[in-house]
Structure formats: C-alpha cells, structure tokens
Design a protein around this ligand. Structure first.
Ligand code: ADE
Length: 416
C-alpha cells in the first residue's frame, strides 16, 4: 500500500545519490548510526518529524530507522523540500508527506498525516508540529514521550507555551546545544544564505552594501561571510549590546530607516515581523534586493510591497520583480521565505552533521529518560554536546590537549 505523497517517485534514484553524497560528509551521524544499528535502542519508537526534507534530513531519518524506530516525515517549510530526496525516502518505505510548493492547506495536511501513526516522539523545526499537536490532538499530546526542537523560532514559541503552562511533554532544545547554534546558525546559515542569494541572482557581492538585520548567531554568520566576499556590511539591531558588538566587530551599525536609503541587498535574520516594513521600502533605491534568512516569511512586509507595486513579474527562478508606482524596481527573493533552503540547498552537510547528531542522540536520551523529564524545555545534556564535538574533531583528524593532573588541581583550588 502506498503511504506517502511526494512530487514524483521516479526521482528516487537521483535522491538516493544525493543522500549518499551527504553521508560521506556526515561522519559523526554515521558513527552514531553504526552504534544504533548494532544496539537497536530505538526499537518500538514511532517518530513523527517535521523538518526541512533535504539530503541531510534523509541521513538523520535513515539513522533513526537503523536504531529501530519507525519514522514519518513532513516538511517544515512549504518551499524547502528537495523532491528527489522525498522520493528516495518514500521509495525506501518511509511515510513521507512533502513536496516543494505546498500551499498552506497542503502544508498542514502533510503534518496531520504524519500524526496518524500516533507518534511517541516528535521532532520539529520551527514549532508548527508542536503547536498543531497541542491545538488539535490534545489527547495525543498527553501520550507523547517527548519532542525536540531544531531552531530558535521554535524555541521562542515553546518558551511561550511553557510560560503559559500549556506544554504537555518534555522538549529537548536541540537549537541551544553549543555544537548546534555556534556552527549551524553561524557558519551554516552564514554560508548558505549568501549561497541562496548568489544562486538566485548571480550578483557580485564585492562592493555591494549588504544590510543584515539582526546580529544573533545567524546575523553574525551572514555579516561575516558577506564581508569575506568584499561587501560593505551594515548591521541593524534592536538590542544595544548586540549593536555595540556588531560595531566593535567592525560593521557599520545604523537604523533600518537609514540603511534602507543606501542598501543594495537586505537580509533579515531577526525572527520578528515587519523588520523591513512599508516605510523602509518607500526609501529604497531602484534595484534593491530583499532576502530573508529567518524561519518564517514574516520579516519582510510582503503585503506592503504588493500594495506599493503597480506590477510584478518573475524575472528568474526565485526572483520576483516589483515595480513601484514611481518606477523603482525592488527584487524579492524566494517569496520572502528562507533564502538558503529555497534558493540553495540549506546548510552544508558538514554542519548538519553536528545539528542532526544532537537530534539523534536527543531522541535516544528521550527514550532512556522516559517518564523522568518534566513537560518543559530541556537542554541537550552537556555530555552529548561534548561528545558530538569530540567525534567531529576525531573525524577531522584533529587532536587536542588534555589537562594534566596538576593543571586540573590548580583550576579547582582557590589557595594562592
Ligand atoms: N536547516 C538548514 N539547513 C538544513 C539542511 N540542509 N537540512 C535540514 N534542515 C536544515
């Protein structure tokens, strides 16, 4: 019986080759897979995962299956699915409900489909799955052993659920592991967002005024990489400490209103709404390019852009040209959705190796801690975090020093 919905199952062979490519670049997760395959600690688990359906996610779900779990998969963004990968996974017997270009109803239909198996563990990227389970399936939420959350936006939503006392199962905040956000958010999004902008437009970055909104780990990564390619980088922030840090890191810091007048390329990375709003668009130069690197397509006020425009057309894949009433042209990339996943392939496999190793080990931890964790957000245990870094270093052939006994004692003592 067919229990999947993907764009075209005939893409499976191509998808398998992409997954195999990613596997060669994800040594930590592959070493976890070997252990899980031997010990089968996930036997009997039903997992529903709402993640970007990419070749790296495929490496994760294959790993979870090797440990004995049954995995169903839906996309965490309507435009991020790699259809070849979805086809390969469906062909391997995973329950996959995902295709690139889902509309809003289809997107939530797919998430409901993966809940039909009554999962005991739920993996999410952005919080839509967690919110849907709590809203529509409260009885199921009571029975769920636990969940994980991959991204900052999801953590913010879950914190709000925790504060209001409505969260019904423990969630491991994978995003907050050091081996996740220091690498994935910074180097992963940094590189892949620039990659998405280049694949969409093929513009030269050197010499451009690139405005980065938000100086969290994602904003830092983007600013750093844009500078590395010769851009004049401007940072906008609402947090005075982060703004000062951006300034001392050598970036120009100013308000969006000032930046709007001079920027060539704008990249939002704040997790908030209307960071580029009507009054900013009104000030922009002819030819300004707008891209978003935050989880949801809310950071650029697209409704305002639509209402300011007299016409729009797609000029090339992932580039929409809006002609404003005074003739200025504004280019919106990837419909204002995550530019790195829509216009490129998301974070490189090497960095997802760290994030998804934390995911796999967090699932194992949830199973082991069954009934012991409160219905709150929990950090990834530091032993897991450190183990991921250690295996990654080993895989890179890097040896590091160890404290001597004398040094350890020195650090523990307060006596001069
Ligand atoms: N989030 C960002 N990049 C990703 C990738 N390559 N796979 C899955 N989730 C991602």
């Amino acid at each position: 019986m067919v229990d999947y919905k993907v764009k075209d199952i005939r893409l499976a062979d191509e998808g398998r080759r992409l997954i195999e490519w990613a596997e060669t670049l994800m040594p930590v997760l592959m070493s976890i897979r070997r252990r899980l395959k031997e010990k089968k600690p996930l036997e009997g688990l039903k997992i529903a995962a709402c993640l970007h359906v990419t070749k790296e996610t495929a490496v994760l779900v294959r790993t979870l299956r090797s440990g004995g779990a049954q995995v169903s998969l839906a996309a965490s963004n309507p435009l991020s699915t790699q259809d070849e990968v979805a086809a390969a996974l469906a062909d391997e017997g995973f329950r996959v409900y995902a295709w690139r270009g889902e509309n809003k109803e289809e997107y939530f239909w797919c998430i409901r489909k993966i809940l039909e198996v009554e999962p005991s563990i739920v993996l999410d990227d952005g919080g839509d799955l967690h919110v849907l389970v709590h809203r529509e399936f409260p009885d199921l939420a009571e029975r769920i052993l636990g969940g994980t959350e991959e991204t900052t936006t999801g953590i913010v939503r879950l914190r709000s659920m925790e504060r209001e006392g409505v969260l019904k199962y423990p969630v491991i905040a994978v995003n907050n592991a050091l081996t996740k956000f220091l690498f994935d958010n910074r180097y992963g999004t940094g590189q892949s967002s620039i990659d998405g902008i280049i694949r969409a437009t093929n513009i030269l970055i050197a010499g451009k005024r690139v405005v980065v909104a938000g100086y969290g780990w994602v904003g830092r990564g983007i600013a750093m990489r844009a500078r590395g390619m010769g851009a004049h980088v401007i940072v906008t922030e609402v947090n005075p400490i982060r703004a000062l840090e951006a300034f001392m890191d050598g970036f120009e810091v100013m308000s969006m209103e000032e930046a709007a007048r001079i920027g060539d390329v704008f990249i939002t990375a704040t997790g908030n709404i209307k960071v580029i709003d009507r009054q900013h668009i009104e000030l922009m130069k002819d030819g300004a390019i707008l891209a978003n690197a935050g989880h949801f397509n809310v950071e650029i006020n697209i409704d305002a852009l639509e209402s300011l425009a007299s016409s729009k057309r797609i000029v090339r894949r992932n580039v929409e040209e809006y002609v404003l009433k005074d003739g200025r042209r504004i280019y919106l990339l990837a419909e204002g959705r995550l530019v790195n996943l829509v216009a490129a392939e998301g974070h490189p496999s090497e960095v997802m190796d760290l994030s998804f190793s934390n995911q796999a080990l967090s699932v194992e931890y949830l199973k082991k801690s069954s009934g012991l964790l409160s219905a709150k957000l929990h950090n990834v245990p530091s032993e897991i975090d450190e183990m991921v870094a250690k295996i990654k270093l080993e895989s890179l052939g890097i040896k590091i020093d160890e404290l001597t006994e004398e040094q350890r004692k020195y650090l523990e003592s307060w006596i001069i």
